[in-house]
Design a protein around this ligand. Structure first.
Ligand code: Z5A
Length: 217
């Protein structure tokens, strides 16, 4: 049987550079000769991407109930785990995922105010003990990342999704919840200052990967 792969997640607020750095991390691991599966949440499979579209939509006339939002996040996650993440890890591939359950604790817990104990119950039910081996938390003040996103919106003509329409207090609560989780689990998390220029962020990522990945090979 092949050695089980490792599960690496990138987390952080909106526009901190997760997608950009998922590509960097995956490329770095591939250069070490590893098979890498890149993916994201909510989403990652056709069905889970359909749930993502529901979660981000701004076109419904009714507000999305916070418990419904939480359950949709975990429904998408259950599908993603069954169809993509578990099969990849079992065949020995490494999975690099743009957001995972820490985002649920940050957004639905910190942002929406859902009791973390209720989220933890769903986490156990859906993940059956599975957790990331390493979480790279890209941290920066939400005001600064909002400026980055405004720049992207101007150049790429994108619109704000349902989460991006939230107010500043929501994003500070999200950041606070992420930092609390990182403090509680320092062996799993690496907190990276994402406000620096991209080449400096990637130098730090490379250093963290070199230190953390070597003992697993
Ligand atoms: N959500 C949730 O509520 N609960 C959950 O359990 C999960 C998710 C899993 C969609 O996620 C929403 O789902 C999310 C939380 C919620 N909503 N929000 N907000 P998403 O991951 O798609 O959302 P996002 O954070 O808005 O993604 P994003 O806008 O694509 O941001 P990003 O991936 O972190 O950033 P990026 O695209 O890599 O970079 C943004 C721009 O900055 C881009 O132009 C880059 O070239 C530039 N960039 C990147 N790094 C730098 C540096 N260092 N300097 C300068 N410029 C940079």
């Amino acid at each position: 049987m092949p050695q089980r792969g490792r599960f690496i997640t990138l987390e952080g607020g909106e526009g901190v550079g997760k997608s950009t750095n998922v590509a960097f991390v995956a490329g770095w691991l591939e250069a070490q000769g590893l098979e890498v599966v890149r993916t994201r949440e909510p989403g990652g499979t056709p069905l889970a991407e359909s749930i993502r579209a529901l979660l981000l939509a701004t076109t419904f006339d009714e507000p999305l109930d916070t418990d419904a939002e939480l359950l949709l996040m975990f429904a998408a996650r259950a599908q993603h785990l069954a169809e993509k993440i578990e099969p990849a890890l079992s065949r020995g591939a490494w999975v690099v995922c743009d957001r995972f359950t820490d985002a649920t604790f940050a957004y639905q817990g910190g942002g929406r105010g859902i009791d973390p104990a209720r989220i933890a119950t769903l986490e156990r039910f859906v993940q059956k003990g599975l957790a990331p081996d390493l979480t790279l938390l890209l941290d920066m003040p939400p005001e600064a990342s909002a400026e980055r996103l405004a720049g992207r919106m101007r150049t790429q003509n994108t619109h704000l999704d349902r989460f991006e329409r939230e107010q500043a207090a929501f994003f500070s609560a999200v950041r606070g919840a992420y930092l609390e989780r990182a403090k509680a689990e320092p062996e799993r998390f690496a907190v990276i200052d994402a406000a620096r220029p991209l080449d400096q962020v990637q130098q730090v990522l490379e250093q963290v990967l070199s230190e953390r990945v070597a003992p697993w090979r």
